[in-house]
Design a protein around this ligand. Structure first.
Ligand SMILES: [Fe+2]
Length: 353
């Protein structure tokens, strides 16, 4: 164990001790891999040093995944702002972003799984686009799509809500339920999105169609055209599934987020109703609900890191308890296997770390 001044701390190092603030609040947990955003957080709270485990640095490629994600989020935020200001989509930047995501997912199917879902209400719009892109590309890969199609799918997914830039902000940000008239205006974002993409050099009709059809539903109950089943192209059917899952697992102005296993149940319950059954199946089998390393809170107040996700019951992973919400830190982490502990269940996922 080494005492490491913040000035010498680097991404990839592993924390050897929990980091507490002077007022007793827990900031970071022992065992966390240092990422650029943690260094920023430590600086923000004026933490002078931390303890690092020696010889346990993780490969740069894994830290690099976070860099791809951060660069992608900056790009999509910029693109959305440009379109809102009436400028063109920066097609080369958005293509670079999608190519980088497709490359990472092709290398490793669980790429980005610990990064998706980390957002607050303010960053919802652009991180939602990015996470829908990641989930869609992972699902497309699971369905056997090749790189060229994955790129089209990723571009359509990342730009699926671009038409919202043309919806008045008072409707877009309204904290309460929309009136019927307002909802009709909101629905137009699909058509606006299609027009924006169609008129952007370097983007094509396949990508524009995804923006147009991402609210169509398997049973024909969606909009804007009420298409059903295979009348909707496969790219749009994938993006619809990813869009709903990601929206359900996000905090919104008007409601609290659902837990990942609640959102996945919703997808499965609506398979063959709202969603293409083959796609919902591929989606649920390939998206990590509680990825290894994610930090969850149990109904007992214990805080634990996910050690292993069971494919047949992803909502009940094996957990290493590392802290308690109340009381002193756990000095010797212990294991709870939720498969064997029927009275214990996950009540929250800590996404702020
Ligand atoms: Fe949408």
């Amino acid at each position: 164990m080494t005492k490491m001044l913040l000035t010498h701390l680097k991404p990839g190092m592993k924390l050897a001790k929990d980091v507490y603030l002077d007022d007793g609040r827990l900031l970071l947990l022992s065992g966390f891999i240092i990422k650029p955003m943690y260094i920023k957080k430590l600086k923000l709270f004026n933490v002078p040093f931390v303890y690092i485990r020696e010889g346990e640095d993780i490969p740069e490629s894994e830290v690099c995944e976070e860099e791809v994600y951060r660069e992608a989020s900056r790009n999509i935020e910029r693109v959305l702002k440009c379109v809102r200001d009436g400028k063109d989509i920066d097609t080369p930047a958005i293509k670079d972003t999608v190519n980088a995501i497709v490359k990472k997912v092709l290398e490793n199917e669980s790429a980005f799984m610990q990064l998706t879902g980390i957002r607050d209400i303010d960053s919802y719009t652009f991180l939602h686009s990015l996470d829908v892109c990641i989930y869609s590309v992972i699902t497309g890969k699971a369905l056997g799509m090749h790189r060229k199609d994955l790129t089209q799918l990723g571009l359509g997914a990342i730009l699926h809500d671009i038409g919202k830039c043309k919806v008045p902000l008072e409707i877009l940000m309204k904290p309460s339920k929309l009136t019927e008239e307002e909802f009709d205006i909101m629905k137009q974002h699909t058509v606006y999105g299609h027009d924006i993409i169609k008129n952007s050099p370097g983007l094509n009709e396949t990508i524009a169609s995804i923006a147009c059809r991402h609210h169509e539903k398997w049973d024909g109950s969606g909009y804007p055209m009420g298409l059903k089943e295979y009348q909707i192209d496969i790219f749009s059917r994938i993006v619809t599934t990813a869009d709903i899952y990601d929206a359900l697992t996000s905090d919104r102005v008007y409601r609290r987020k659902n837990l990942p296993h609640e959102a996945s149940s919703y997808i499965l319950c609506n398979s063959s109703i709202l969603f293409d059954p083959d796609i919902s199946d591929a989606f649920i089998k390939n998206i990590s609900i509680y990825p290894q390393g994610s930090v969850v809170v149990l109904n007992t107040g214990e805080v634990g890191k996910v050690l292993k996700e069971y494919r047949h019951m992803p909502e009940r992973p094996k957990i290493s308890v590392i802290a308690c919400r109340e009381g002193p830190p756990v000095l010797n982490p212990y294991i709870i296997d939720l498969l064997k502990a029927p009275d214990t269940f996950i009540v929250d996922i800590l996404s702020s770390y």
